[in-house]
Design a protein around this ligand. Sequence first.
Ligand code: ZN
Length: 310
Amino acid sequence: MKENRDCKIVRDLLPNYIEKLTDEETNKYIEEHLNSCMECKRILEETKQKIEIETKESDKRKVNGFKKYNRKLRALRIILVLIVLIIVCTFIITTVRKMIIINNLSNLAEEYKNIDNYHITMYNYSDGKFYKDETYKMGDKVKVINVIVENGEITTTISIGNKNNDVEYEEYNTHEYININNDDKILLTDGKWGTIGGSDNVLHTENLWDLFKCAVKARIEERTFKGKNCYYVDNFESNERGNTLEGMYIDKETGLEIYSNKKNSEEYVFETVYEFNTVTEEDFIEPDASEYKTMTRNEYYTSLVEESEK
Ligand SMILES: [Zn+2]
């Protein structure tokens, strides 16, 4: 009976004994019993093995969990790298696309800039003033019709003349027909014009780096203006131009700016219509001078000063 009672106690203590949680005195008692009881010794070995297996399995579970976590981490890293790659690729593709568009339009504009036969009409509305500037150019011949509408008054000035080849800079000797509200009609016989406004390459860039910087900043959209297929270019800031305040409609066919409005405001609009190789000798026929009072520039400006002093 005693042996059975000891066995029961020892067997209860065995798990703790294996885990080395029992004190010295208990250990002594257990070991003494084990030496004399084969059955308990067998149970000891069995329990030891059981605990070993359990430990191994729990370790395995831990390792598996860790492996799973590692796999997730790796997948996350791959996704992050992919996202960064996609962003970088998108940036490169859109920038290169913009560079190509700007470069193509700029090349087209350069071609049109060199055509010496043109009729360009500019409409400009800003601060309540309306301007219309029409330029006819053919070789050395030039005609500029300038209309200003302000406070209900219409002033039309027609300047017709030829290039002054005696000077190195650009200058034109003209006859200037000034018509203010059809009341005052004055002909200035010694009119002068400086540089004639032709077509401008607004998307000009100095070099590849300048082009790249412009392309990164610029916003480019396909739009139409009065039936013409255009690129709408905004935030274009080249070395030459600096920051343009206005969004520009660039004609796809010519690379020339045909419309712009400052910050999309209705207060300022600028529209240009281009015609090339349509100007003929007939465009330079002077108006009937008989209705006009002939003056020199000096006399005219003196009369203006006198009038303002009255
Ligand atoms: Zn026993």
